[in-house]
Design a protein around this ligand. Structure first.
Ligand SMILES: Nc1ncnc2c1ncn2[C@@H]1O[C@H](COP(=O)(O)OP(=O)(O)OP(=O)(O)O)[C@@H](O)[C@H]1O
Ligand SMILES: [Mg+2]
Length: 264
C-alpha cells in the first residue's frame, strides 16, 4: 500500500500512457484501432479510434467523455463484442450495451420491456415480471407496468431502459449517454438514483457521457478522449466520498480539469 502522498501523485498525474492492465481488470482495451470502410467506392475511410486504451476494475465506474464523433459509441460496442477491433486488443467479461437511444419494444408494456433480459435468459413471463417488479417500483414506475413506450414520458422510457440493462445479469454495464436526452431536472433525479443504487450495490460500469458534471458526480475515474481518431488524453481520479454534491469545491475543480482537457 503506497503512502497517501504517493497515491495522490499517481492518481493526479495525467495518465497519457495506458496504465498496465491488472489481473483485477474486468475490461481491458489496449491500443485499439477501429477503422470504418468508405460507405461508397472512392469515399474516405473513417479512422474512429487510434491507440485507444481503457481498463476498468471490478465494481469501478469509469466515465468516458469526449467530443461528438470521437468514437465513444464505437468503444462501447467493442467492449460489448458488437464490433471487432482492427488493431490492438479488447478483453472484457460479458457486457451489456445500453444504446444511446432507448430501444424499447414498442409493442410491449413497460414491465415486460424492463424484464426482457430475464425472458431471454429463460424465465417465464410471470417469473420475469415478478423479478423486475421491486426495482420497477423503486424507480418510481409503479402503476405504469402495462403502458407501452409511446405512452411513457422520455424520462420514464429511459428509466425502463436503465432497468432493463441492470437486470441483464451481465457483470459489465456499458451505458451510452443514458441521461443525455432528458431535461435537467429528470436527469439529476436519475443521476441521484443511479448513485444511490451503486452505493447499495456496486457494479462495473463504463459510462459514456458528454456531461463532465455527470462524469465527476458518478464515476471513480474519468477518461477524456481526443477528437477523432479518439484516444485517451487524460485520466482523472475522482476520489470523493459518496453521496457527492455538485457544489463540492474538489468536484468543481475536477470538472474544470476535465473541461480543459476536453477543449485542448
Ligand atoms: N457503422 C459505421 N460505419 C461507418 N462509420 C461509422 C460507423 N459507426 C461509427 N462510424 C463513424 O465513426 C466515428 C465515431 O462514431 P461514434 O458513434 O463512435 O462517435 P461518438 O463519440 O459516439 O459520437 P456522439 O458523441 O455523437 O455519439 C464517426 O465519424 C462515425 O461517423
Ligand atoms: Mg455516441
Amino acid at each position: 500500500m503506497p503512502a497517501k502522498g504517493a497515491m495522490q501523485t499517481r492518481l493526479e498525474a495525467p495518465a497519457l500512457e495506458p496504465l498496465q492492465a491488472g489481473p483485477d481488470d474486468v475490461v481491458a482495451v489496449e491500443a485499439v484501432t477501429r477503422r470504418f470502410a468508405p460507405a461508397r467506392r472512392g469515399g474516405e475511410a473513417v479512422l474512429a479510434l487510434a491507440q485507444m486504451s481503457l481498463r476498468v476494475a471490478r465494481d469501478e465506474v469509469v466515465a468516458v467523455v469526449g467530443p461528438s464523433g470521437c468514437g465513444k459509441t464505437t468503444l462501447l460496442e467493442l467492449v460489448c463484442g458488437l464490433q471487432q477491433a482492427d488493431g490492438g486488443s479488447v478483453r472484457s467479461e460479458p457486457a451489456v450495451y445500453m444504446p444511446q437511444r432507448d430501444l424499447l419494444l414498442p409493442w410491449a408494456g413497460a414491465l415486460d420491456n424492463a424484464a426482457l433480459a430475464l425472458r431471454i435468459a429463460g424465465l417465464s413471463r410471470t417469473q420475469a415480471r415478478e423479478r423486475a417488479r421491486p426495482l420497477f417500483a423503486r424507480l418510481g414506475l409503479s402503476g405504469f407496468e402495462d403502458q407501452r413506450p409511446d405512452a411513457l414520458s422520455g424520462g420514464m422510457r429511459q428509466r425502463v431502459a436503465v432497468l432493463r440493462t441492470l437486470l441483464s445479469g451481465r457483470p459489465v454495464l456499458a451505458l451510452d449517454e443514458p441521461f443525455a436526452a432528458l431535461d435537467a431536472l429528470t436527469r439529476r433525479d436519475l443521476q441521484d438514483w443511479l448513485a444511490g443504487a451503486l452505493a447499495a450495490e456496486p457494479r462495473t460500469i463504463v459510462l459514456v457521457t458528454h456531461d463532465v458534471e455527470e462524469a465527476v458526480l458518478l464515476a471513480d475515474r474519468v477518461i477524456v478522449m481526443s477528437q477523432r481518431p479518439g484516444r485517451a488524453v487524460e485520466e482523472i481520479a475522482v476520489a470523493r466520498p459518496r453521496p457527492r454534491r455538485d457544489t463540492d469545491p474538489e468536484l468543481v475543480a475536477l470538472r474544470e480539469r476535465a473541461l480543459k482537457a476536453l477543449h485542448r
